[in-house]
Write a new protein. Structure first.
Length: 311
């Protein structure tokens, strides 16, 4: 009897785009990040994509100390794959962004595959009363280039190489797929290639079904059987993109980093709620959520006990 295909659900817990005043449910300090991550894993997320935040202000915090307040606690409480960001915040240098993944010898780390304009300022229409760093964070993106040069990408790969870290390659447009193919051709990265295509963020490709099909077709042509394809949709696109990609044979990412919503006009009360929604989509498609062990096997990850983040 045929078994349902396992689909990896990644949950991105807090990110560096949304700000605390946008939703009281967004994890904005270490304790809430830890609690929300554990709940998401218990709900069925095989991978937890992690950012840290300043415990007082809620600002993105890419320090080793900031990650030290969350990574060991989450690792102790769950067997989920921990995916540490090297994207951090687009306002940070690559040297800042890579430090936590290098220090904790991450099993998996995100890696942005190209520079891009990143327009966060449209959110000011929805949140006109933001003040202080939160307003500056959005306003500043009128003149923001999220730098991920070839030199930057090579730097992250080199710094993390000795730890055996594998990567979630975040691709916001077609050129980013070709950049990954370039690094694959030079032998700087090895298969399987976990490609996270990102849809609906201003500065990257849109979230129309034609955009999704185009990115999928290009990735399959470039990487063939070495491709492990996943996708996320920003904001209101989240669940539609997740369903489209899962139905087309891919994996999915949800979480409050990517969308604060659980439906039209309804804030998600937790990351776990979005994971449950993703599982319901999979069930309706005759699929199932992959376990963390299955995700590690699909992505050819080293055992987590070899990571300093496991302690």
């Amino acid at each position: 009897m045929a078994q349902p295909r396992p689909v990896i659900i990644t949950c991105a817990i807090t990110g560096a785009i949304h700000t605390p005043s946008m939703s009281s449910h967004l994890p904005g300090d270490s304790d809430s990040i830890v609690a929300s991550a554990i709940e998401a894993a218990e709900a069925g997320a095989a991978i937890l994509h992690l950012h840290a935040r300043n415990d007082t202000t809620g600002q993105p915090d890419q320090s080793v100390e900031g990650f030290g307040r969350i990574v060991p606690r989450i690792a102790e409480a769950t067997d989920a794959v921990l995916n540490l960001t090297t994207g951090g915040s687009p306002y940070m240098t690559v040297e800042e962004r890579v430090r936590p993944a290098a220090h904790f010898a991450a099993q998996l780390a995100s890696l942005n595959m190209g520079s891009m304009n990143m327009g966060l300022f449209p959110m000011l229409r929805r949140y006109p009363k933001l003040t202080g760093w939160e307003r500056d964070h959005l306003e500043g993106s009128h003149d923001l280039v999220f730098r991920n040069s070839y030199k930057d990408i090579a730097y992250v790969l080199e710094v993390c190489r000795a730890n055996g870290t594998r990567f979630e390659f975040e691709c916001y447009d077609t050129a980013h797929l070709y950049n990954l193919a370039h690094f694959a051709d030079t032998g700087a990265v090895e298969p399987p290639f976990f490609v996270q295509t990102v849809f609906g963020l201003l500065g990257g490709i849109g979230a129309h079904v034609d955009d999704i099909t185009h990115m999928r077709r290009t990735a399959e042509r470039l990487f063939g059987d070495n491709l492990v394809w996943s996708a996320l949709g920003a904001g209101a696109h989240q669940m539609r993109v997740a369903a489209t990609v899962a139905a087309a044979g891919g994996h999915m990412r949800v979480g409050l980093e990517d969308s604060l919503w659980a439906g039209p006009g309804r804030l998600a009360v937790s990351n776990a709620e979005q994971v449950e929604q993703a599982k319901a989509l999979l069930s309706g498609l005759g699929l199932r959520a992959a376990t963390s062990a299955e995700a590690a096997e699909i992505l050819d990850l080293a055992p987590r006990e070899k990571s300093r983040g496991a302690a």
